[in-house]
Design a protein around this ligand. Structure first.
Ligand SMILES: [Mg+2]
Length: 361
């Protein structure tokens, strides 16, 4: 039994607001594992917990990375070592294409920081026409999905391609193509495929209002985004001196809402239903929905820039299939096999995928 209202460390499954249990989907971890994990976190004092969160929030800020690890070319030893372990997917494209040869490729793309640059105002995170064209070309050849923490409608508003699968709210809201599948022109377009957190809609709406009133209204630069099945508290425009207050306010709101948890992404705190569902689960669901779950001749490619994408990278690792590609200019702990530096390189990689497939047929 965990203490009600205790805020734990910044890792996934970090906030336990109450000991309420949810039956769907069934938890993967054993009771003993969960207890060990939670017990270790509950032992942390309040200061240690706050310090841990603030360290983690700073680590997600490029300003700190620039100060801590200037990368003046390939001379940086840490960077070289990291690139050795996570080589550029563009530089190693031929090896990657050789591994995919003869297999069914499927493409999974995060949105923010992957297809669009991270910008000050999250509502302005538009993708370029060149990127849209690259994604459109990929989708004409391979099943393609966008997997984002954003609300599905919002990410569709940015991407504007009806032929894709969309998994919004960290995969808690999955929809099939609303246009005819270019790979199966005769097949009817599909609608909503999966909404595992539907029962949380009213409470998410309520917490959204509470966070707007308590955090957005009080902390200059803070922005609360309603992603339908989850919420984002963006602190990318908040002075660092205010981060502690912002975190305290978020914690104060959450303690009244059993069943919600707090995780952290890139310059954002995320409030999510406490169910075992993440981008990795969404990837598994989509592979299943595409009829690829039991096939060994499938090559899923997942590209993302954030720690929430690690769940999907882990799924590919455990399946021993495909390739996880992390978008990052900086060395970062990751399960991904390859790296790309920025969205422009993602665009170039997608173009090469298309060219390679065109040349092979
Ligand atoms: Mg991202």
């Amino acid at each position: 039994m965990t203490k009600p209202g205790v805020v734990l460390g910044p890792e996934d499954a970090a906030v336990v607001a109450a000991a309420r249990h949810f039956s769907f989907p069934p938890p993967r971890t054993t009771g003993a594992d969960s207890c060990r994990k939670l017990a270790a976190q509950v032992d942390l004092g309040a200061a240690a917990v706050m310090g841990s969160w603030l360290d983690s929030m700073k680590a997600s800020s490029p300003r700190h990375k620039l100060m801590a690890a200037p990368l003046a070319g390939a001379a940086d030893a840490e960077h070289d070592d990291w690139m050795e372990r996570h080589p550029s997917a563009l530089e190693r494209f031929d090896a990657l294409a050789a591994a995919a040869k003869g297999k069914q490729v499927a493409v999974f793309l995060d949105y923010d920081g992957t297809l669009s640059p991270i910008v000050e105002d999250p509502d302005s995170a538009v993708m370029t026409d060149e990127m849209r064209e690259a994604v459109r070309s990929v989708a004409a050849r391979f099943p393609t999905a966008i997997v984002s923490g954003r609300c599905r409608d919002k990410v569709f508003g940015f991407v504007k391609l009806e032929e894709l699968y969309y998994a919004g709210s960290h995969g808690m809201d999955i929809r099939g193509p609303t246009a005819a599948d270019p790979n199966n022109p005769g097949k009817e377009a599909r609608s909503v495929l999966c909404q595992p957190a539907a029962e949380f809609l009213p409470v998410i709406e309520e917490v959204y209002g509470a966070l707007v009133g308590s955090v957005e209204a009080a902390i200059p630069g803070a922005k609360v985004e309603n992603n339908k099945f989850c919420l984002s508290v963006h602190f990318r425009c908040v002075e660092e001196a205010e981060w502690g207050d912002l975190f305290d306010r978020v914690r104060a709101v959450l303690k009244d809402y059993p069943g919600l948890r707090l995780t952290q992404g890139r310059k954002v705190l995320e409030v999510r239903p406490m169910i075992k569902w993440d981008k990795g689960k969404a990837l598994e669901f989509l592979l299943d929905a595409l009829g690829y779950a039991e096939r060994s001749d499938v090559f899923p490619i997942y590209i993302g820039d954030d720690r929430t994408d690690e769940d999907a990278f882990k799924v590919l690792r455990s399946r021993g299939q495909g390739a996880g590609i992390l978008v990052s200019k900086f060395p970062k702990e990751t399960t991904a096999s390859f790296s790309l530096r920025e969205p422009a390189e993602v665009r170039d990689f997608l173009r090469r995928l298309v060219d390679d497939d065109a040349n092979a047929t």
